[in-house]
Structure formats: structure tokens, C-alpha cells
Design a protein around this ligand. Structure first.
Ligand SMILES: C[N+](C)(C)CCCC[C@H](N)C(=O)O
Ligand SMILES: O=C(O)CCC(=O)C(=O)O
Ligand SMILES: [Fe+2]
Length: 420
């Protein structure tokens, strides 16, 4: 067949090599763990070398010191020409189902910054080399989706992350951006000087995102009256946990505003779940692995005179992106964890050990950040990352707040130019 003659088979013989002088530009973020920036970190190699070869099963590109491999169907599928891609809507026009799964380019050319591939039907695709590098699997697995600073109590306290000021927060986009940047880095952030009302709390919430209505309501205000069938509505202490772990998609962000407290105790506990997870990964990778694999059920069963609810959410304690092992969600609530019946007894035994190790990390006093919420001080918590709890208390204590949809928080952050 004519086509086969045009393939380059094997490395070396018909290898086409071209040189260019461009530098790879990777996404800007990296994960920083306790000052250790080695994992999930990308570098920008200062190489002036660039070469490529058409291998039988993929296109190999060496650009700025990074060797990348692109599948030929992928390359055809990602053509950004006007007929294949609508750059006004940022949507694909090309019907992927019409691409031959055995497709190969018939002609290849590369200049300083662009790769040109001609397809069997004569269509030409141009790829910016930096775009290819940024969108390659090899590039992705070196970088973090979300830059974060993992913290224990000292790290967070020493960082002196500034609280936003209510007036500025509501009126100035730069202040909002600063707030969101800090929130994304640490998973918690405060706004101060907020009027001690549910309405002002709602305004602050809506500045960031859409409110996620749940069976607790849209904006909620609660006290220790057991108006709902859950320990949150008592004066009892609550150990560290994430909320709504019994949802298939747990709420992304939780907001708390203490409108009044006349009594003692009632401090709020915050723990960075990703910091603890990273400790497990460093010490016992197989335990980390188990926590990312074993599906765990959480359940909310409410059966009171006014409310009947039955919620079930299933997922591992640690959710990681498979391509770079980066944790993006922790589901940890020992109160709401349901019967384990999804794995055999020997896996259960290993899982309890792994869960114990994570719990030990989460409970280390040096990882606990205690704050007393006061009227005017609104706390935003990334409920996919930071666990919260509370001390038992006496007296009248009224808290209000809401949950936010995570997608919309990230959307706001991205629209302000942040990596999220
Ligand atoms: C925040 N608010 C009081 C409305 C609800 C509390 C939900 C408590 C539940 N055990 C959970 O962890 O999801
Ligand atoms: O009362 C508190 O401070 C928090 C209780 C709690 O965990 C919750 O409402 O989700
Ligand atoms: Fe909670």
C-alpha cells in the first residue's frame, strides 16, 4: 500500500530530525509539600534542542528536553484548523468517529515553533510546539492541577495568610482574587468585618459562587436544638470530618459564620487532610494506595418527625488523579461512614490499618488549627480538602452558613486569572 511506504519504521533509519530554538512552557503551578518541591513539580528545561520522529505507533517529539509521544488519531482529533475546531465557541467540529483508527500523516514538516502534518485527504494540521508540550501526557503528569501549600498548624500560622476585609472583598476584584488565591493554596480563608447577619453571609457567599442547596436548606442557621437528626445540632464535641461525605459529590465548600455565642468552648478545629494524606504517602505508600482504591460507603439516615432523608455516597477516602497521583478529594467522616461490604475480609483488614495510619496523622496535635469563630468573621473551608470539627460548648451558640458548588468557585477563580 502506498501509505505504508510513507511510514517511518523503527528508530534511526528514516528518522527525520529537525532543530529549533524554543523553550517549553509548562503550566505554572506546582505542589509544595512542607517546603519540599520535588514531587508534582515541573521544570522548564532550557534546551535549544528539538527533534522528532515518526514511529510506527506514535509521533515522538523531543522538545525542550521533554520526550513526548502522540497517538496519530489523537493528533488528527486535536486539529485546531477552522474546519475542525470552532475557536469562537472553543468546541470541536470534527467528527472523531470519522477518523480512520489507522490514520498516519503523509507528510511532516517542522519549523522553529510549529509542526505541520498533512493527512491522507490533503488536510493540513498545524500544531504550536509549546501547545503540544503543554497538552502532552508527559507534560501533564509532571505538573499539578492545583498549586497548594500543605500545612500543619505552624506552617499555616507562620504563613500569615491575610484575611480579606468585607468592604473591599465585596467591591474590589483584586481583593477577591487575593482571597481566592489564598483559599486555593491553603483550603481555608477568612473574611472579616462582615455584618453578623445571615443576609450579609449570603452576600459574601455569592461573591464567590452559587450556593448549593441541600436538604439542610440553601442558607442555613443552626443551634443546639436537635431540630435535625444529626450531632451537629447538639452541644457535643465533633471530631474532625468532612461534610456530606454521603453525597455522590460531596459539597465543595462550606461557609461558617458564628452569629452569636454566649457561653464557653465551641472552638472550631481545622486540619489539612491533604497534609495528612501526604504523610501516609511518604511513610507507607501501600496504605495510601489502599485508601485511594477501596470504595467506602457513607450514609445519612434522618428519621425525625419533620424530616426523612436517606443519602448514600460511595467513593474511596482519598480520590487521586490517576495520571499524577495528586489527591483532589478526601472523604473522611467516621460518624457517617456506613457498613463496609464492598471488599473481602483480608482487604478490610489492610484498609483498617491504612485508615488508622491516616487517622493518626489527622489527630497529631501539631496538625490541628484551632480558631474561635466570632461574629463578623466568616470562614470558608474547602470541604474536599480541609476537615473541620468543634469543641463541645455551653450556652447559646448560633451558626449560619451554606455550601457552595465547587465548579463555580473554581470558575470564579479562573475568570480572575488564577490557576484552578
Ligand atoms: C452544616 N449543617 C449544620 C447544615 C449540616 C451539618 C451536617 C452534618 C453531617 N453529619 C455531615 O457531616 O454532613
Ligand atoms: O458547630 C460547628 O462549629 C460545626 C458543626 C459541623 O461540623 C457542621 O455543622 O458541619
Ligand atoms: Fe460538619
Amino acid at each position: 500500500m502506498a501509505l505504508t511506504r510513507m511510514f517511518v519504521r523503527g528508530v534511526g533509519c528514516l528518522q527525520s530530525v529537525s532543530r529549533c530554538h524554543t523553550q517549553v512552557v509548562f503550566p505554572v503551578g506546582h505542589i509544595q509539600i512542607l517546603g519540599d518541591t520535588r514531587r508534582w513539580q515541573h521544570t522548564a528545561p532550557q534546551s535549544t534542542n528539538c527533534n522528532w520522529q515518526l514511529r510506527e505507533d506514535c509521533f515522538e517529539l523531543n522538545y525542550g528536553g521533554l520526550v513526548m509521544h502522540f497517538d496519530y488519531v489523537w493528533l488528527r482529533d486535536h486539529c485546531r484548523s477552522a474546519s475542525c475546531y470552532n475557536s469562537k465557541t472553543n468546541q470541536r467540529n470534527l467528527d472523531t468517529a470519522n477518523v480512520e483508527l489507522t490514520i498516519r500523516p503523509v507528510k511532516t514538516r517542522m519549523d522553529e515553533e510549529t509542526l505541520f502534518l498533512t493527512w491522507p485527504d490533503g488536510h493540513v494540521t498545524r500544531y504550536n510546539l509549546a501547545w503540544l508540550a503543554q497538552n502532552s501526557y508527559e507534560g501533564q503528569k509532571q505538573s499539578a492541577m492545583q498549586p497548594r501549600i500543605l500545612w500543619n498548624s505552624d506552617i499555616y500560622t507562620n504563613a500569615k495568610a491575610p484575611a480579606a476585609n468585607w468592604e473591599k472583598f465585596m467591591s474590589c476584584n483584586e481583593e477577591l482574587k487575593k482571597f481566592l488565591k489564598s483559599f486555593l493554596l491553603y483550603g481555608i480563608a477568612f473574611v472579616e468585618g462582615v455584618p453578623a447577619t445571615l443576609e450579609a453571609t449570603e452576600m459574601a457567599s455569592q461573591r464567590i459562587s452559587l450556593i448549593r442547596e441541600t436538604m439542610y436548606g440553601r442558607m442555613w442557621s443552626f443551634t443546639s436544638d436537635f431540630s435535625r437528626g444529626d450531632t451537629a445540632y447538639t452541644k457535643l464535641a465533633l471530631d474532625r470530618h468532612t461534610d456530606t461525605s454521603y453525597f455522590q459529590e460531596p459539597c465543595g465548600i462550606q461557609i461558617f459564620h458564628c452569629l452569636r455565642h454566649e457561653g464557653t468552648g465551641g472552638r472550631t478545629l481545622l486540619v489539612d487532610g491533604f497534609y495528612a494524606a501526604d504523610k501516609v504517602l511518604q511513610k507507607t505508600p501501600e496504605n495510601f494506595d489502599l485508601l485511594t482504591r477501596v470504595p467506602i460507603k457513607h450514609e445519612y439516615i434522618e428519621n425525625t418527625s419533620g424530616h426523612r432523608n436517606h443519602m448514600i455516597g460511595i467513593g474511596p477516602v482519598l480520590n487521586v488523579y490517576p495520571w499524577n497521583n495528586e489527591v483532589y478529594m478526601i472523604r473522611y467522616n467516621n460518624y457517617d461512614r456506613a457498613v463496609i461490604n464492598t471488599v473481602s475480609h483480608d482487604v478490610v483488614q489492610s484498609w483498617y490499618k491504612a485508615h488508622r495510619e491516616l487517622t493518626t496523622e489527622l489527630r497529631k496535635p501539631e496538625n490541628e488549627l484551632w480558631v474561635k469563630l466570632k461574629p463578623g468573621k466568616v470562614l470558608f473551608i474547602d470541604n474536599w480538602r480541609v476537615l473541620h470539627g468543634r469543641e463541645s460548648f455551653t450556652g447559646l451558640r448560633q451558626l449560619c452558613g451554606c455550601y457552595l458548588t465547587r465548579d463555580d468557585v473554581l470558575n470564579t477563580a479562573r475568570s480572575l486569572g488564577l490557576q484552578a
